[in-house]
Design a protein around this ligand. Structure first.
Ligand code: HEM
Length: 420
């Protein structure tokens, strides 16, 4: 087995470059070392092989037995709990995935459209008119509201407002740059402080779960309450709480960021914006696919190999940490001519394909919320475009900043909106 080349500077320097300029870091390495290269991040005991060729992705994601990458447990467990779908492995993971996938099936999602529309309308009512503002926080507010209603099933407005505030604070704290850096460099105290803050949230969530048990609705929580594992047992309240926090952590910031990026791209491409406004759902779908290609929200979704990976001249032993880099896969000119151009038309003829378009990862850990996120993005964008004319607040395109596990618009996508 031959070693995969990569940058030779210290782990601290590589980590600093990754945190400060992630795209430049990825592209420099691709230029120098090719489609696969090895990096070393501080805080990780083993190197990480970054891959991007579709055939390597097929081989990696096609194998169900690989484990999750290291680090996830440390950063997520205090917030989502040990039984979280994001943290389980092997048969425990698969049995949860089996009961959690059906509630997110594409054909069920339409039931949530009115919730998505109302949440958008409430947030858009508060937009400042005719002056520059950052749109990302407004998108966060919408996606949090939607999760509280469609996923948690909280219908009482006072309780929803309280949870909105508590969870909003918690989420803001977890995505702060200072927290990420402290955790990366081995300081756990901030995470423990967050756990204490989560006490009131837990109590409220357990009350909501009890309410769904006595009177179930259409929401995801109600479906989880009624779901049964293969042996006929149900999830405990504690586990449902863990899965709700998981869905929140996995689905809130990601969708809000996807929306902010799409708006950033749209305001800089007035022709696309105009066509998207036409009400053609297929085109809006293509806009969302193209945004997630050109601005992948989650940069990496890796595995630790449990069987060797032998493909395309690569030969990686058991135990290697391997991750696709979405950005690199999505900017391959072989699959995407003029890869840096924003052209939704490329998805009109043929929808995205499994191993060249990976904003939601792949294989047995692929995002279960993808149909939910894609519908929510279409609905929110539809509402925004119907109500406002939009223009960018500045000339330069948004830079990419890393926020926790996401690539996020550095300045929150500053736009100017005027009612139509
Ligand atoms: C644009 C929005 C979103 C993006 C870009 C995104 C992306 C991802 C990615 C990359 C993964 C990891 C896949 C892997 O390891 O291969 C993932 C997993 C997951 N996502 Fe999403 N996601 C989004 C929205 C959502 C939403 C709305 C929900 C639920 C409400 C959700 C729930 C989950 C869950 C539960 C997992 C873990 C799946 C597992 O480990 O089996 N996501 N997502």
């Amino acid at each position: 087995m031959t070693a995969i080349p990569g940058p030779t500077e210290s782990a601290s320097l590589q980590t600093a470059r990754w945190l400060a300029r992630p795209i430049r870091f990825l592209e420099d390495n691709r230029r120098r070392y090719g489609d696969a290269f090895t990096v070393m991040f501080k805080g990780f005991k083993t190197p990480l092989v970054i891959v991007s060729h579709p055939s390597v992705l097929r081989a990696l994601y096609g194998e169900r037995g690989h484990r999750m990458p290291p680090g996830r447990q440390v950063t997520l467990k205090p917030l989502v709990g040990a039984r979280s779908l994001l943290l389980l492995e092997g048969s425990e993971h698969l049995s949860r995935r089996k009961v959690m996938l059906p509630p997110f099936r594409g054909d069920r999602m339409r039931a949530y459209e009115p919730i998505m529309r109302d949440a958008s309308a409430r947030a858009l009512d508060a937009w400042p008119v005719g002056r520059a503002f950052a749109v990302h926080p407004s998108m966060q507010s919408i996606t949090l509201d939607v999760i509280l209603q469609a996923v948690f099933g909280v219908s009482d407005e006072t309780r929803r407002a309280r949870l909105h505030q508590l969870l909003g604070d918690l989420l803001a704290a977890t995505t702060s740059m200072s927290l990420q850096v402290q955790v990366l460099f081995g300081r756990m105290a901030p995470l423990e402080a967050l756990q204490v803050q989560a006490g009131e949230i837990d109590a409220l969530l357990l009350e909501e779960i009890a309410a769904r048990r006595s009177s179930p609705g259409e929401d995801i929580c109600s479906l989880l309450v009624q779901a049964r594992f293969e042996d006929g047992t149900a999830m405990s309240d504690g586990e449902i709480r863990d899965q709700l926090m998981t869905l929140l952590m996995a689905g809130h910031e990601t969708t809000a960021t996807g929306l902010a990026w799409t708006l950033d791209l749209l305001v800089r491409h007035p022709d696309v914006l105009e066509r998207a406004r036409g009400g053609d759902e297929t085109y809006l779908k293509a806009v969302v696919s193209e945004s997630l290609r050109l601005r992948p929200v989650v940069p990496l979704a890796g595995r630790r190999l449990t069987v060797p990976l032998e493909v395309d001249g690569l030969s990686l032993p058991v135990g290697t940490d391997v991750t696709p880099a979405m950005w690199l896969t999505h900017t391959r000119p072989e699959e995407y001519p003029e890869p840096y151009a924003f052209r939704p038309e490329r998805f009109l003829e043929s929808p995205p394909s499994t191993y060249t378009w990976i904003p939601f990862g792949g294989g047995v850990r692929r995002c279960i919320g993808a149909p939910f996120a894609e519908l929510e993005m279409r609905v929110v964008l539809g509402e925004v475009l119907e109500r406002f004319d939009l223009r960018p607040a500045g000339r330069g395109a948004e830079g990419i900043a890393r926020r926790n596990v996401t690539f996020s618009p550095r300045h929150g996508t500053r736009i100017v909106a005027t009612p139509r």
